[in-house]
Design a protein around this ligand. Structure first.
Ligand SMILES: [Zn+2]
Length: 422
């Protein structure tokens, strides 16, 4: 195919010919090619991205001038002229990422390759009111800004991964059961306090993006990333890009109904998966059973008060063989496994990534979900290929790394602006 003088973007039936947008997309495409496949020569880049040499070469010059790429060596392709080789520069810019999903908050400093240069953990304040959380994020930013690994002039901003329903503009937290927040203008509030750009994302989506950009799903175009913790949610990657849906709330697996006559859910309906299979549901079930006289090692672990049982205590007890903990975690994981299996039969993805605090802390949860998905999805009528079911490679840092990556993506059209042509 002949090279394009300028790549044309098509949305629906309308091509976009705005020169600046096309240039930005082309620049992102070249940069992403260098990040993933570099170092490369000028001609190899032009061939791979299917741009004319003059257009491509001027983009490469621009990337070198801005420090995003550098010329690493000049190879002599005998007997021809010396050949310049170009390489992505991951230290051209940095971002911070914070994940507010776990029992301890985590913040990271990353470069453009998603490498973690600094990492800080902080136990979640109790209660996690907005002022205290904002204070911790401010202290984290000040602390990490002094890192010798960061040039403060190259800090682009901070991304915040929240276990929350966000508004369409990704600026406000509409509701977070996990943090007990309602209608919080988090982005503007943090931007005012920190003096840097702030980007918000839902935690399941931040994890899915991190695994797609830097983790286990880098070569997968269709990916479902399930997050099993105190809540249950899913981030979907379709055609290499995040799928948000019409109301931007796609992937709410935890609010699919598994028992219409079941307990009322915070979403206003009855019998959602979260009410029977989330970390919160597990805690409720074991505490109730103990109050009704069931014996368990959990009671001693919580100093005799069922209200003090934590999810880590339950997963540990389950893996150590405590019957109540084991049967409760197994029942929850079984329900999640079948709900996920149903979703995967509908979605027909190329990979499923398991993440979240229950996946990372409970062997029983991980093994049970993997077993059900492998047994049921592979035997579904539409499945002809193996479905890799894998643990998130970035572990508990995935949400924070994804949040930091979102800053780079939005500022520099990096990572998934356009699929790289090989
Ligand atoms: Zn619900």
């Amino acid at each position: 195919m002949a090279p394009h003088p300028e790549r044309e973007m098509v949305f629906g039936t309308q091509p976009i010919r705005d020169v600046q947008i096309v240039r930005k997309v082309n620049r992102g495409t070249v940069l992403e090619l260098l990040r993933r496949k570099g170092p490369l020569s000028r001609t190899a880049i032009a061939r791979a991205v299917r741009l004319t040499p003059p257009t491509c070469f001027s983009i490469i010059d621009e990337l070198v001038a801005s420090g995003l790429a550098h010329c690493t060596e000049t190879a002599r392709s005998a007997p021809g002229r010396p050949r310049a080789i170009f390489e992505f520069n991951p230290s051209a810019a940095f971002s911070l990422g914070v994940d507010l999903s776990y029992a301890s908050f985590v913040g990271v400093l990353t470069n453009l390759s998603g490498e973690v240069l600094e990492e800080r953990w902080q136990p979640r304040p109790d209660p996690p009111d907005v002022d205290r959380v904002a204070e911790w994020i401010s202290a984290f930013v000040k602390d990490v800004s002094r890192s010798p690994r960061l040039d403060p002039a190259k800090l682009l901003g901070i991304g915040v991964s929240t276990p929350a329903l966000l508004d369409a503009g990704l600026e406000r937290v509409l509701r977070s059961t996990n943090l007990n927040w309602r209608d919080v203008p988090l982005a503007s509030r943090l931007a005012e306090a920190l003096g840097i750009e702030v980007h918000l994302e839902n935690n399941a989506r931040a994890i899915a993006l991190a695994e797609r950009w830097f983790g286990v799903g880098q070569d997968v175009q269709h990916l479902a990333c399930i997050n099993i913790g105190m809540g249950i949610s899913m981030g979907l990657i379709v055609n290499g890009m995040l799928h948000r849906g019409v109301s931007i709330h796609s992937g709410e697996l935890g609010h699919t109904i598994v028992d219409p006559t079941g307990l009322p859910c915070r979403c206003g309906r009855h019998g959602c998966l979260e009410m029977v299979a989330s970390g919160r549901a597990i805690l409720h079930t074991v505490a109730e059973a103990i109050r009704q006289g069931r014996s368990s090692t959990l009671l001693a672990a919580a100093d005799g008060n069922p209200a003090h049982i934590t999810i880590d205590m339950v997963t540990r007890a389950a893996d150590e063989g405590d019957p109540l903990a084991r049967e409760t975690v197994l029942a929850a994981a079984t329900k999640t496994g079948y709900a996920l299996s149903n979703a995967l039969v509908l979605l027909d993805t190329g990979m499923v990534v398991l993440s979240g605090s229950l996946i990372h802390s409970s062997h029983l949860t991980f093994d049970t979900v993997v077993d059900i998905v492998r047994r049921t999805v592979l035997t579904s009528p539409n499945r002809t290929e193996e479905l890799p079911v894998v643990r998130a490679r970035l572990g508990q840092l995935a949400g924070a790394i994804g949040a930091a990556g979102i800053v780079h993506q939005r500022r520099m059209a990096l990572y998934d602006a356009v699929r790289v042509v090989h």
